[in-house]
Design a protein around this ligand. Structure first.
Ligand code: SF4
Length: 360
């Protein structure tokens, strides 16, 4: 672990952590660098928020805002032939706040995107070998409870606890980015024992003190509920055509410092960086104790960062081990529904990683 003063010294660039210590903490957590073989399913690009860095969101069109069931299942079945294990549902938050989307959902027999996701997840669980990981944005506790039996894991980036950023270009038009609302979702997931992925977005105007406060808030929730399986440290990338296109991205040194502090604050949780956003610095950052690269897809692009292509697993300079969307420590009857637990243990070895025979 690391105390607050030392963490702030590192985050402010006044101190550097010993790489040998970081490697030891990482090795004690996992001997591997893990990843999930996934397919990205962008159920809708419509979102009630408008973040200053977003390229994903689209305004609602007269029709065609929601991926239909046939398209979703065709994509998932194609992923199955490529031995993917994760159907990653990432989409805009509460799109049903728009009348056009509401009408479309009604024709599909649903009144919310969460209800539609639940329906699709049931079909995927029952008829394919894939597991669902969902990132629907902020959720109420009853929505998480609805999804829990059919969704192996869920995620919501905390991004930051900075209330101040709610008045800046990053989050001023995004009610769902209110830190208290996001912490409430992560807390509810803990109360319902959902394996949960979260993390920080770096370089959107936060201070080192706010980075530490964000990590501490997640640490406190994990100490209380033990449900955080993964902390993602994601660097902001400026995209042309967005309000933050001229905003300076974070330095590699800054990203290194946050990854290092996160590694020591979370010796019992996977520390992930997105392999397609760090370019040549990936190896350098990974040396700060990273043990996970998240989802890598043989089939679909990263729809959130469409210019940044996935690396091929063989090009990543580390020994990679495939995991399910739910990390090995969370493949338990306590964290998964009975159906998902039975399905998961049939696909993993005695350490909880995907075994080769499950691909035949
Ligand atoms: S970043 Fe996410 S929450 Fe923000 S506008 Fe884009 S899709 Fe919506």
């Amino acid at each position: 672990m690391i105390d607050g003063d030392m963490a702030l010294d590192v985050l402010n660039g006044r101190e550097h952590l010993d790489p040998v210590r970081l490697r030891e903490v990482k090795r004690a957590y996992s001997p591997y660098i893990t990843y999930a073989r996934n397919v990205f399913v962008p159920l809708t690009h419509v979102c009630r928020n408008s973040c200053g860095y977003c390229t994903f969101k689209k305004q609602p069109a007269p029709m065609g805002n929601i991926m239909g069931r046939a398209s979703v299942m065709a994509l998932v079945r194609r992923a199955e032939t490529l031995h993917c294990s994760e159907a990653l549902f990432t989409f805009g938050e509460r799109p049903e706040e728009y009348a056009r989307v509401r009408r479309e959902l009604h024709t599909l027999g649903h009144d919310s995107i969460i209800s539609y996701l639940h329906d699709l997840s049931e079909t995927i669980n029952d008829t394919t070998t894939l597991f669902v990981h969902s990132n629907p944005g902020v959720m109420e506790k009853d929505e998480i409870a609805l999804l829990r039996p059919v969704t192996a894991s869920m995620g919501l980036m905390l991004e930051t606890v900075s209330q101040r950023l709610m008045d800046t270009v990053a989050h001023k038009d995004s009610p769902g980015k209110d830190p208290e609302t996001r912490l409430a979702t992560i807390r509810a997931a803990g109360q319902l024992r959902v394996p949960f992925t979260t993390g920080l977005l770096l370089g959107i105007g936060e201070t080192p003190e706010e980075v530490y406060a964000s990590l501490k808030a997640l640490r406190d929730l994990h100490d209380r509920y033990g449900h955080i399986q993964e902390i993602i440290i994601q660097n902001f990338v400026p995209h042309p055509g967005t309000p933050m296109e001229r905003h300076t991205p974070p330095t590699i040194e800054y990203v290194r410092s946050v990854v290092s502090v996160a590694r020591l604050m979370f010796p019992d949780v996977a520390i992930q960086v997105p392999p397609n956003l760090l370019g040549n610095a990936l190896t350098d950052i990974m040396a700060c104790g990273v043990d996970d690269l998240g989802g890598i897809s043989p089939l679909t692009i990263d729809h959130v960062n469409p210019e940044q292509l996935w690396p091929h697993p063989s090009s990543v300079p580390a020994m990679l081990k495939e995991r399910l969307p739910v990390h090995p420590r969370f493949i338990t009857a306590s964290f998964l529904s009975e159906q998902l637990y039975e399905k998961a243990i049939s696909r993993v070895d005695d350490k909880g990683y995907v075994h080769d025979a499950s691909r035949t």
